[in-house]
Write a protein that binds this ligand. Structure first.
Ligand SMILES: C[S@@+](CC[C@H](N)C(=O)[O-])C[C@H]1O[C@@H](n2cnc3c(N)ncnc32)[C@H](O)[C@@H]1O
Ligand code: SF4
Ligand code: SF4
Length: 371
């Protein structure tokens, strides 16, 4: 009961902060919206589809990690997600999360969940974690992935009981996944527990789409309409849905600018699948790099499935072409069986097409201004 009210208070605070983050992202074109940082490359699992882990690396020293967080804050970064490898293997993860929060940035964690316990979740609460994504791929473990509901359901129940942060479950579909229908069972379990849900399409070693078999396509379509927010569903429909239907996407990937991937060696890369570009130390990364990469052409963009970078790109599209972007989202949402909420039409009128739209825009900027 106590957790539920604490969770509601924390969620309300996050909503206000989120409005400010969106306003800040829309206000300045080169500010990094999301950085994904690797506190350790090591992982306690070996998913067959993954090229982002090893079995030998030591955790990045805590002082080094804290300096990297400070540097990201100095660049104006708005969100920091800790990924890996398995980030919960880092001994001082809570200190890193606290440092992210102390700078006023959103703190996220991507984890396979194996090391979660009620006590560990309480520590994450105290550190100020904002959101946690737990990856679950199947109902029972198999040769491709041990991230199964059978092993992790107990962790999900602990999260439902103790977590004050937002929780979502991510599953993957695609090459090597033998029972695509499992993703649907997992998505329903997520909703039952009050968690968010997302599904990623497995990419190859350079972030490119691997075509989905018909059964997996059907599962993808069903999951994408399950209790998702308009923005998440429409966004996935727009980018991943196109790829699943065999159409490349025409978009500007702003990796290296609005999105940064910082590896265990402290180098900035476009993303986990395009490491080495530009491969510049974070300490030396500056405004010129952010501006260059904002406009650079990435030949991998048309069939890229790295969805967090798509999401970031959408904010720029909203900034540059608000009407066309909202109408595109609504169309993609409808195409995959969704019905846009009335609020989208009202907001479109208030901020974009209605006569007093300039007034609403000014009021919104004032309300979202950092205090
Ligand atoms: C690299 S993992 C790191 C964090 C943590 N170990 C985990 O599994 O959540 C982050 C996310 O990338 C996803 N992922 C890894 N390889 C992928 C691939 N080839 N295609 C799509 N998603 C992938 C994982 O399922 C997970 O949700
Ligand atoms: S648990 Fe995460 S990092 Fe580890 S192998 Fe699986 S996807 Fe990769
Ligand atoms: S388009 Fe961008 S996010 Fe996608 S693989 Fe290429 S660099 Fe990475």
């Amino acid at each position: 009961m106590l957790t539920r009210s604490r969770r509601a208070i924390a969620a309300a605070g996050r909503k206000t902060r989120l409005a400010r983050v969106i306003a800040a992202a829309l206000a300045s074109p080169y500010r990094p919206i999301l950085a994904q940082v690797v506190p350790t490359r090591r992982c306690n699992l070996s998913c067959a589809y993954c090229n982002e882990y090893d079995k030998v690396s030591s955790p990045v020293p805590t002082e080094t990690m804290l300096k990297r967080i400070d540097r990201l804050a100095a660049l104006g970064t708005l969100n920091v997600d800790l990924s890996g490898g398995e980030p919960l293997l880092h001994p001082d993860l809570d200190d890193i999360i606290s440092r992210i929060r102390r700078h006023g940035m959103f703190a996220g964690l991507l984890t396979n969940g194996y090391l979660l316990t009620p006590a560990r979740i309480e520590r994450l609460n105290r550190a100020g974690l904002d959101r946690l994504q737990i990856s679950i791929d199947n109902v029972a473990p198999d040769a491709v992935s041990h991230k199964s509901l059978k092993v992790l359901d107990q962790k999900l129940r602990s999260l439902a009981r103790h977590a004050e942060f937002d929780v979502s479950i991510n599953s993957v579909l695609g090459s090597g996944v033998s029972r695509p229908g499992d993703a649907l069972v997992i998505a329903k379990r997520a909703l039952e527990l009050g968690f968010g849900t997302s599904v990623g399409v497995i990419h190859d070693g350079s972030g490119q789409m691997v075509p989905l078999a018909p059964e997996a396509r059907l599962v993808y379509d069903t999951i994408s309409t399950l209790g998702r927010s308009f923005y998440s569903h429409a966004h996935d429909s727009l980018f991943q849905g196109n790829l699943i239907d065999g159409r490349p996407n025409s978009w500007q990937c702003r990796a290296g600018s609005r999105y940064l991937y910082v590896c265990e060696d402290g180098l900035v890369h476009w993303c986990s699948q395009q490491r080495g570009y530009p491969g510049i130390p974070l300490d030396e990364y500056g405004q010129r790099d952010l501006e260059r990469e904002n406009k650079s052409t990435k030949s991998c963009a048309p069939t890229c499935t790295v969805s967090c970078v798509h999401r970031v790109a959408l904010l720029d599209d909203l900034r540059d072409r608000p009407l066309a972007t909202i109408d595109g989202l609504v169309a993609a949402h409808r195409l995959r069986g969704g019905r846009p909420p009335v609020s989208v039409g009202v907001l479109r009128w208030m901020f974009l097409t209605g006569r007093p739209s300039h007034l609403f825009r000014r009021l919104a900027m004032l309300a979202a201004r950092p205090t």
